[in-house]
Design a protein around this ligand. Sequence first.
Ligand code: GLU
Length: 407
Amino acid sequence: MKRAIRAVAVMTGLALAACGNTPKPDDAPLSAPPRTLTIGIKFDQPGLSVEGPDGKPYGFDVDTAVYIADKLGVTPDHITWREARTDQREDLLNSGAVDFIVASYSITAARQQLVSFAGPYLLAGQDLLVRQSERAIDQPEDLNGRTVCTAEGSTSADKIRRSFAQNVKLATRDTYAECVADLIAGTIDAVTTDDVILAGYAHEHPGVLRVVGHRFTRERYGVGVRKGDLELQSRITTVIRMMIDDGSWRRALDADLTASGYQPLPAPVVFNAPDKTVTPGDPATLDPELVNAATAVAATSNARDWEGFRSLVCPETADVIDQIVFQYTPQFDKSLGAEVKNAGYTNTVTGVTQNDPNSATFAFHESFTNVPEKYRSYFKDIDYTGTMVRRNGAWKLCGLAADFVEP
Ligand code: GLU
């Protein structure tokens, strides 16, 4: 089969190449005083991060944070851990109480107004946790008339409010641990949040709790940094890429998450999640050839003209194109039913910003048509941000980042 949406994809390397300052711990002079970091983490999410008997957290998010700290030149004994509950994360970052946060923190456009994200470093999806004996709840639609619990301030609560509010009673708590206690006590019917978190709780309570096993959102975990700290954002993104490439990511995943039976999604394509808005440029000052090239990227994609599309892309980006397409396009998600392949898509250019004569950023929006009802909540529109570079007089698409759009 032809690759339906090859065109919209793009590459990720630009931010990394532009960064060019991969942190090297050995750079620090021997006499330099030890540097310290305060890192925000959860304390009650088995598999991702729980507090150990010594007061120190452990789990996949912790391993990721320790890896990042190490590459920034900070050893574990110079890390101060600070609990970062779901609804506290933006305040902790912007007040300077923590340097960064690794805490099942989904990258969303709304949060990017308040903080910046490095990554993504893990993919997950919202699911439901029920009592083992529950027979009637298999998907969110089955929650009609029932009470579902989640953490205040989470994407999980947003999703229920947005898509299922009429029929579902939502109970919010400060932490998922409180929801789980209520589920076991029988005062609520289900807990909803990301499958990876729920799997940890199910593993902690075998024979008592189980995950339903139907992801109905797509979550990308990012490392939260203070809004606008683009240098730290870029360095951490580089380090996450290293963690995946050198095998540490997979080892941590196996040790912390898959051991409980959790089936993780593939490693994410890593790029700096852009939090700059691309504005519609003034046609009077934009290079008309740039506008033509940006329009052609969207048009060749829409026309499934892959040869034409390829001619607009920097050759060194070809490999990552596939990765992004496969990860962001639900039509290619093998965990969904075959009928998703028939969904259509349309890309529209929404903004072009020219930075200088040879570089520009453009935004295009992808929406889907003919989406099977069953998968409606799974198809989110996508905002792509493309980096255009003028080479030998011709504008080429050399970089891309993707963002799901919350309805
Ligand atoms: N990933 C979701 C979020 O960031 C749910 C998990 C959490 O609350 O940390 O809202």
